[in-house]
Design a protein around this ligand. Structure first.
Ligand SMILES: NC(=O)c1ccc[n+]([C@@H]2O[C@H](COP(=O)([O-])OP(=O)(O)OC[C@H]3O[C@@H](n4cnc5c(N)ncnc54)[C@H](OP(=O)(O)O)[C@@H]3O)[C@@H](O)[C@H]2O)c1
Length: 334
């Protein structure tokens, strides 16, 4: 079977399309014929050597894939042949809190990932796809959707709350969709007015162009009559955190997720003066994934897939994602 490997060095164009032995499921394991893989910003970091500089090589990249169960090993009971499934990001994080062991079981980082024609995983590391989703849509759920879900749940999201999302990448659009679905008001930011228009069509109540308005936090405050937002889905990191804190209400919550925006030092004092709650988010457990899927199925939520590339175009797909031109998710059909 064919698989992409980080093999002789880092970089998108160094990704090798290799031949590997067809994997066979052992006890408790399942063979999945991968149909679609979605890309995450983290995959770019891994492939470019910015995530794990001492990465074990060769490594199959990409955490998120969906496909069909084609064989099961002895003792498997959670799934059967023909089931449509996705892998969970941290293969050992089933429920409860995350710990070091669970964190070290992430696909496409600590262990081989999904950018392959077939994978073998333990049955506990899989979830069933919501029935109304295609494989391309289902492949977007394990990292981006679950991170957004966890960020909102950790922030105690309630109907009537105001949620701030930053940019229109994978995590942020899922956060927008989930928050709108839960009856919250969403203020979205983007570098592009055209993307903001699309964010409004998806359910955002207001949009702010952070490129045209470097003081975007002031505009967010104005949109909330000076109160600030209840919850920020913070994907920017050092480059946006101080602005996010200024846009937050007293006692509000920031779910700290990403590193998209470059910055140097962050002054923690505004967090103290606002009695802000800041919580780091690390994707989520299988239990959270299953809860999220029930909500997705109930509301027939459709992930936003910007473009689907062919398996042979994986490098082009990564370059496209790197450009930041996408709106929502970039998918590779396998
Ligand atoms: N902690 C976790 O468990 C976890 C899980 C998933 C992702 N992450 C992190 O979360 C971040 C987002 O991941 P992703 O996969 O959703 O990324 P993505 O799809 O590549 O998002 C890219 C988009 O982010 C926006 N963006 C870029 N720079 C920005 C800035 N300075 N301010 C505001 N928005 C900016 C842009 O949107 P516009 O074009 O609209 O401006 C860009 O198109 C990454 O840092 C990733 O590593 C962390």
């Amino acid at each position: 079977m064919k698989a992409y490997e980080i093999k002789d060095g880092f970089g998108i164009d160094a990704l090798a399309l290799s031949e590997r032995p067809d994997p066979k499921p052992g006890p408790g394991q399942v063979k999945v014929k991968i149909q679609a893989v979605s890309l995450n910003y983290r995959d770019l970091l891994v492939i470019k050597g910015l995530y794990h500089p001492n990465l074990r090589m060769p490594l199959i990249p990409c955490s998120d894939g969906a496909g069909e169960v084609v064989a099961v090993g002895p003792g498997v009971s959670r799934v059967k042949q023909g089931d449509r499934v996705a892998g969970i990001f941290m293969q050992s994080w089933r429920a409860g809190e995350v710990d070091l062991g669970k964190a070290k079981s992430a696909l496409g980082g600590s262990i081989d990932g999904m950018l392959a024609e077939s994978v073998v995983l333990y049955e506990d590391g899989l979830v069933h796809l919501p029935e109304h989703l295609s494989f391309e849509e289902g492949a977007t759920l394990p990292c981006a959707a679950l991170t957004a879900w966890n960020a909102l749940m950790a922030g105690g999201l309630k109907p009537g709350d105001t949620v701030l999302t930053l940019g229109t990448g994978g995590v942020s659009l899922f956060a927008l969709q989930f928050a709108a679905m839960a009856g919250a008001r969403v203020i979205a930011t983007s570098s592009s007015d055209a993307k903001l228009q699309r964010a409004m069509q998806l359910g955002a109540s207001a949009g702010v162009n952070y490129r045209q308005t470097p003081e975007w936090d002031q505009q967010v405050l104005d949109l909330t009559q000076g109160m600030g937002v209840d919850l920020v889905v913070e994907v920017g990191g050092a480059g946006t955190l101080e602005s996010s804190l200024r846009a937050l209400r007293m006692g509000g919550h920031i779910s700290l997720i990403g590193v998209l925006a470059k910055g140097s030092e962050v002054n923690p004092l505004p967090a103290v003066m606002k009695a802000a709650r800041i919580q780091g988010i690390l994707v989520g457990s299988r239990e959270m994934f299953e809860t999220m899927n029930r909500a997705i199925a109930l509301h027939r939520l459709k992930p936003v897939v910007d473009r689907v590339f062919a398996f042979t175009e994986a490098r082009e797909a990564l370059h496209f994602m790197e450009s930041g031109a996408h709106f929502g998710k970039v998918v590779i059909s396998v």
